[in-house]
Design a binder for this molecule. Structure first.
Ligand code: URA
Length: 433
């Protein structure tokens, strides 16, 4: 097989065979196909697309490019969820505990964050001693025993994706539905769970800006999952304002704890409940949404969800005292209240900008090498649709260094106001799959 012919084929808008896709991914993994040829094929895919069969084969070939976790020794259905990422997204922390308290087995591998705030792993590491580097055996044992573990990637998962993503990043070929869908799904498939729930966010703070684009990506990922024998569903969710009230690692851990205790913000709680309903049905723990919601409500009100979170933290070596008393989590030196300079209904909150401002406080990384300050971040005291008077509290800033005037001015630009009432947008727009 000549790789040049494969590039020609895609240039001419033809579908690639399974063998051709496998040949490509083998060549990427073994470094036998040069980057300039892969870059050329990537661009042809961006321009001419891939059909569902090609996309599923690409995900499968990437999944098999490295280690694939075998969770079959753990009894029952193993479930995973994935979010395309957003500002203030601490869903895995609360949701994992909620559904595991209902009897679901959650085996989750998460990532670190780049830009905005940290990823799930960074948030977990704001708990003293929390170990995200379990061995595969420790991970499986924990999921068997308590039904919940969240760790960083073990072994070498999907090396082909690492190489392709690095090339896509520098060849203007990130933005392609088949490439994004196969990249995300190859990692989910290699993590070994039987069911996958995708939280595909749309809006200003999200990877996909519009509902339509988010749905197209979600459908592409559902098709891959189902073709490869995983029960895959997706939620299309709003990211036109930060999720919940907090942005920043320890602040988000605190909010996740409050949520599993039943005291979480409305939008974040609702997102977790909807996601929990789907996961409990995928895992055959509940037969209907109504039954699932009741189970989740009971897990919260009985304290079982909180107990499950404590158990996970204890198993992974974290300081449970910080979970019992969140004042023991890292605390910032300074707390500054940002009061509104305007009156009106909050029309828009530029979540991406707020995420970047939180990153400048130290809550996220601008480059892979940056370290994270777990204590700093923002607490939203007002959200979209709230009626605000001049001088009302908009947001509380937790910081370790003096706020610069430029930061403050940029903060005020993230809120816009209107005289007209603003209709609330549902947090979950649609469920697919
Ligand atoms: N996230 C991924 O893992 N891959 C992509 O291609 C885009 C976002």
């Amino acid at each position: 097989m000549r790789f040049l012919d494969i590039i020609e084929k895609k240039k001419n808008k033809l579908a690639l065979t399974d063998e051709e896709i496998q040949f490509w991914i083998d060549g990427v993994t073994n470094d036998t196909i040069p980057d300039y040829q892969t870059s050329s094929l990537l661009m042809a895919i961006v321009l001419n697309g891939m059909d569902e069969k090609e996309t599923a084969k690409l995900a499968e070939a990437m999944m098999n490019s490295g280690d694939v976790l075998d969770l079959s020794g753990i009894p029952g259905i193993k479930s995973d969820k994935h979010s395309t990422g957003g500002v203030g997204d601490k869903t895995s922390l609360a949701l994992g505990a909620m559904v595991a308290a209902c009897g679901l087995k959650v085996a989750k591998m998460s990532g670190r964050g780049l830009g905005h705030t940290g990823g799930t792993l960074d948030k977990l590491e704001s708990i003293e001693g929390f170990n995200i580097f379990l061995t595969e055996d420790q991970f499986k044992k924990q999921v068997s025993e308590i039904g919940l573990s969240i760790i960083g990637q073990t072994g070498e998962l999907v090396p082909a994706d690492k190489k392709l993503y690095a090339l896509r990043d520098v060849t203007a070929t990130v933005n392609s539905i088949p490439l994004i869908a196969s990249s995300i799904m190859s990692k989910k498939l290699a993590s070994g769970s039987n069911t996958i729930l995708l939280d595909v966010k749309y809006g200003e703070g999200a990877f996909m800006q519009t509902i339509e684009d988010a749905k197209t990506l979600a459908n592409a990922m559902i098709s891959i999952g189902n073709r490869l024998g995983r029960n895959t569903m997706a939620m299309i969710t709003d990211m036109n304002q930060p999720l919940g009230n907090t942005i920043g690692n320890a602040l988000e851990v605190e909010e996740a704890i409050e949520t599993v205790k039943g005291n979480g913000p409305k939008d974040f709680t609702e997102l977790c409940m909807c996601a929990g309903e789907i996961m409990l049905m995928q895992g055959k723990i509940a037969n209907s949404k109504e039954e699932a919601r009741k189970m989740l409500q009971e897990a919260i009100s009985s304290g079982k969800a909180f107990e499950k979170l404590l158990q996970m933290v204890e198993y992974q070596g974290g300081n449970v005292e910080q979970i019992k008393n969140t004042k023991l989590l890292p605390q910032a030196k300074f707390v500054t209240e940002m009061k509104s300079r305007e009156a009106g209904y909050v029309e828009h909150i530029h979540s991406q900008q707020l995420g970047i401002l939180a990153m400048h406080l130290g809550a996220g990384r601008a480059t892979k090498e940056d370290s994270i300050n777990y204590a700093v971040g923002l607490r939203m005291n007002s959200k979209k649709g709230d009626k605000i008077e001049t001088g009302d509290l908009l947001c509380t800033v937790y910081h370790d260094e003096e706020l610069k005037q430029e930061w403050i001015e940029n903060f005020y630009k993230t809120f816009s106001f209107t005289d007209n009432k603003v209709d609330p947008i549902p947090i979950v727009e649609e469920i697919l799959g």
